[in-house]
Design a protein around this ligand. Structure first.
Ligand code: ZN
Length: 288
């Protein structure tokens, strides 16, 4: 009997290293990464997050032109990729009245479409493991329920202070209003609680818990643990994060330049200069 294909869904906050983990996993010959499939519809229609790279595929082509994605559309029997309207699954609780039912119906269409896309990627690439680094807790757990695949998660967490400092930096770079680090910290902690709530719907044996900081203590060791957890062959930890014939959706802007994989601790000195933020962040990390 053919082995059931595996989905590795990375659930995390933004600025937590999901692109790095997705990129490291994509170096296995058995694994294909699609990046943040949640944003595929947005990238096709050039709307939502992605304007910094003009919503292109990581290969540099638009989602209408990219060879890889065109093979996927053909496999789905879609003549015009713009028929793919929506790949987002949103919690109906965020909607009011009739819109709740509308959202539920949109969600079930999106779940079915996502499963068809996963199938098409497996058939097109002949890989038996697919990484989806969408990060979204509700999207991921909706796809997990009744999945035809061997659906598993990496729940990736990074020090809340590091995430807050990184978000504030990118916020500024995009010219957005100033938000204090403490506010970022509290909002990142809320995000962590949301993931925790969503993960209660998931069987614990299907979740690989990964701390970004622990990963760097011994990357090869973590990669070996992932290989036995997810059932792919072990391989040598790459030295660099780099795109290598990848066709991924979204991710950190840093992915376009080849970078040595090493822990960046510059946030520590920024945190130390802000005692309230630093202590509060330290405590929230400890709570979990
Ligand atoms: Zn491409």
């Amino acid at each position: 009997m053919k082995k059931r294909q595996t989905i590795i869904y990375i659930m995390s906050n933004q600025r937590s290293g999901s692109t790095l983990i997705e990129n490291v996993l994509s170096k296995s010959l058995q694994i294909v990464s699609v990046g943040e499939a949640y944003l595929l519809g947005g990238h096709i229609h050039k709307t939502g997050p992605g304007s910094a790279w003009d919503w292109n595929c990581s290969c540099g082509e638009s989602l209408l032109e990219c060879d890889f994605w065109n093979k996927i559309y053909r496999n789905l029997n879609i003549s015009n990729p713009q028929e793919i309207a929506n790949t987002r699954i949103i919690n109906p609780k965020r909607k009011k009245g009739n819109n709740k039912d509308k959202q539920k119906s949109n969600n079930s269409k999106a779940v079915s479409l996502m499963n068809q896309i996963y199938t098409a990627v497996f058939e097109t690439t002949e890989c038996d493991v697919l990484v989806d680094s969408s990060k979204e807790a509700f999207h991921g757990t909706s796809l997990y329920q009744n999945s035809p695949f061997n659906f598993k998660f990496i729940y990736l967490r990074r020090d809340l202070r590091a995430v807050s400092i990184s978000k504030q930096k990118w916020w500024k770079r995009y010219g957005r209003e100033h938000i204090s680090l403490v506010r970022f910290l509290l909002s990142n902690y809320r995000h962590r609680l949301k993931c925790w709530l969503m993960l209660r719907k998931v069987n614990k044996k299907d979740v690989f818990y990964l701390n970004y900081e622990d990963f760097f203590k011994n990357p090869q060791h973590t990669l070996n643990d992932m290989s036995s957890f997810f059932g792919f062959d072990a391989y040598e930890m790459p030295e660099f994060m780099e795109l290598n014939n990848d066709h991924t959706i979204a991710g950190t802007l840093n992915r376009f330049k080849k970078t040595k994989i090493e822990y960046d601790n510059r946030w520590l000195s920024i945190a130390k200069k802000r005692p309230l933020f630093n202590v509060l962040g330290y405590m929230l990390n400890k709570i979990g």
